[in-house]
Design a protein. Structure first.
Length: 192
């Protein structure tokens, strides 16, 4: 399958056709910035409610709802898992309800594949919050990218009370990999 017709690119195209602002998060986003690792699903933060229109757009693209969390909330569900009709692709939509999630979507960068992905800084903060073993492994790579906006990362780490985790990861990588020399984020289109 070509990059242009990958499930990831197709999901991005469907969301853009629906007029939904989004950012790919999770392992697919990490794979834009680092050596790719295997992942089973496509994680997306969307800046809209998961309403009937979005359900219809995804249904017309061959996806069905497999699970919803918070469906009874006045603002709609917080999380919806969609599965392709053939069962080969899982898309997990998370609604941007916090200031951090809204920033993740607003700061997303277009990757070579055409999809919008979270910046390394935003991925670092999200993975510090999640703090699973696989997130720790991703973090070790992400903090070593260099040229990161550490002020941004530190502000959100403090806001979410995960500064101790950030210090732990930075300490494991080494001070030279995470020194605050530049505030320019890496451009995903520059990855070769």
């Amino acid at each position: 399958m070509s990059e242009a017709s990958s499930p990831l690119s197709e999901v991005g195209l469907v969301l853009e056709r629906a007029g939904v602002r989004y950012a790919i998060i999770g392992a697919h986003a990490v794979n834009v910035w680092l050596e790719p690792r295997a992942t089973a699903d496509i994680d997306v933060t969307v800046e809209t409610s998961v309403d009937r229109h979005l359900h219809d757009v995804l249904a017309s693209a061959g996806y069905r709802v497999a699970a919803e969390v918070g469906a009874g909330a006045p603002s709609g569900p917080d999380f919806v898992r969609y599965v392709s009709n053939d069962g080969s692709v899982t898309v997990e939509l998370q609604v941007a309800k916090t200031a951090l999630q809204r920033q993740v979507v607003a700061r997303a960068r277009r990757a070579e594949s055409g999809v919008l992905v979270a910046t390394p800084e935003d991925l670092i903060v999200l993975k510090l919050i999640a703090w699973r073993r696989k997130d720790e492994l991703d973090l070790l790579g992400l903090v070593g990218i260099g040229e990161l906006d550490w002020g941004y990362v530190e502000r959100w780490a403090s806001e979410w009370n995960v500064t101790d985790r950030l210090e732990d990861v930075r300490g494991r990588v080494g001070s030279e990999a995470s020194s605050a020399g530049s505030t320019r984020a890496v451009d995903p289109t520059a990855k070769g």
